[in-house]
Design a protein around this ligand. Structure first.
Ligand code: CTP
Length: 244
C-alpha cells in the first residue's frame, strides 16, 4: 500500500458507523448500578457535542388493567416488558438525522403518559442506557461502543431500596419481594450474560472517574475521526483503492 511508507495510514479511521451518522454508545448494567450517573458524567465532559440520552425505561410497555390488578406478579426485568421494536425505530430515526418523540414512562402508575413526549433532535452522539440494551442483537448492532457498569449487588440493592421507596412510591417489603422474585433472577439470566458484549467494563460505576475520563478521551478521538470523514468522505475510497 502507498500509505505504508511513513504517510499516515487512514485505516484507523475505519469505523462501523457511517461518517455522517451519530456515534452510538450503549450503557448497561444491573438495576441501580449507576448507569445514569456514568451517562451524566460522559454528557458533561462532551459538552461541545450534540448528545441525546435515550433511556430504555422510556420504552416500557404500559400495563393492561388485568396486569395492573396483579402488578406484583409482573416481571419488569424480562426483555418482553419493553417495546424493543419502538426502541429500534427511535434509534434508526435519530441515526438518519430525524427528530423523535420519546414516550414518558411513569414508574408509579406503570403507564406511559398519554399526552406528553420528550422531543429529541438530530445529534452527534446517542447514549442508549438500560438494563437490557445489550440483550437484543439488533439493538446491540446499532452501537459503536458498549459499556457495562459493574457494581456489587449489595450496593445496588441498597440503592434500589432507597430509590424505589423515595422516588417510585414503593414500600420496603414490596421492593425486597420484587428483587428476589424477578430482579435478581433476570439479572442472572439476561443482564450478566450480556456483559460479554461490552467493550469496556467499569467497576464501581459512577465513582470511577478514571474509567469515565478514559472513555471520554476515546469518544473524543472517535468523534474527531467522524468529523474528518465528514470533511473528506473520499478517504474511504482512497484507502480501498490503494490497499492491495
Ligand atoms: N421497574 C419497576 N417498575 C416499573 C418499571 C420498571 O420496578 N413499572 C424496575 C425494573 O424492575 C428494573 C428497573 O426498574 O429492574 C430498571 O430501572 P433501573 O435500571 O434500576 O434504573 P436506572 O435509573 O436506569 O438505573 P441506574 O441507577 O443504574 O442509573
Amino acid at each position: 500500500s502507498p500509505f505504508r511508507s511513513g504517510v499516515p495510514s487512514f485505516s484507523q479511521i475505519s469505523d462501523p458507523a457511517a461518517p455522517n451518522q451519530p456515534f452510538v454508545i450503549g450503557v448497561t448494567g444491573g438495576t441501580a448500578s449507576g448507569k445514569t450517573t456514568v451517562c451524566d458524567m460522559i454528557i458533561q465532559q462532551l459538552h461541545d457535542h450534540r448528545i441525546v440520552l435515550v433511556n430504555q425505561d422510556s420504552f416500557y410497555r404500559g400495563l393492561t388493567s388485568e396486569e395492573l390488578e396483579r402488578v406484583q406478579e409482573y416481571n419488569f426485568d424480562h426483555p418482553d416488558a419493553f417495546d424493543t421494536e419502538q426502541l429500534l425505530h427511535c434509534i434508526d430515526t435519530l441515526k438518519s438525522g430525524q427528530p423523535y418523540q420519546i414516550p414518558i414512562y411513569d414508574f408509579k402508575t406503570h403507564q406511559r403518559k398519554s399526552d406528553a413526549f420528550r422531543q429529541v433532535n438530530a445529534c452527534d452522539v446517542i447514549i442508549l442506557e438500560g438494563i437490557l440494551v445489550f440483550h437484543d442483537s439488533r439493538v446491540r448492532d446499532l452501537m459503536n461502543m458498549k459499556i457495562f457498569v459493574d457494581t456489587d449487588a449489595d450496593v445496588r440493592l441498597a440503592r434500589r431500596i432507597r430509590r424505589d421507596t423515595v422516588e417510585r412510591g414503593r414500600d420496603v417489603d414490596s421492593v425486597l419481594e420484587q428483587y428476589a422474585n424477578f430482579v435478581k433472577p433476570a439479572f442472572d439470566d439476561f443482564v450478566l450474560p450480556s456483559k460479554k458484549y461490552a467493550d469496556v467494563i467499569i467497576p464501581r460505576g459512577g465513582d470511577n472517574h478514571v474509567a469515565v475520563d478514559l472513555i471520554v478521551q476515546h469518544i473524543h478521538t472517535k468523534l474527531g475521526q467522524h468529523d474528518l470523514c465528514k470533511i473528506y468522505p473520499n478517504l474511504f475510497v482512497i484507502q480501498s483503492t490503494f490497499q492491495i
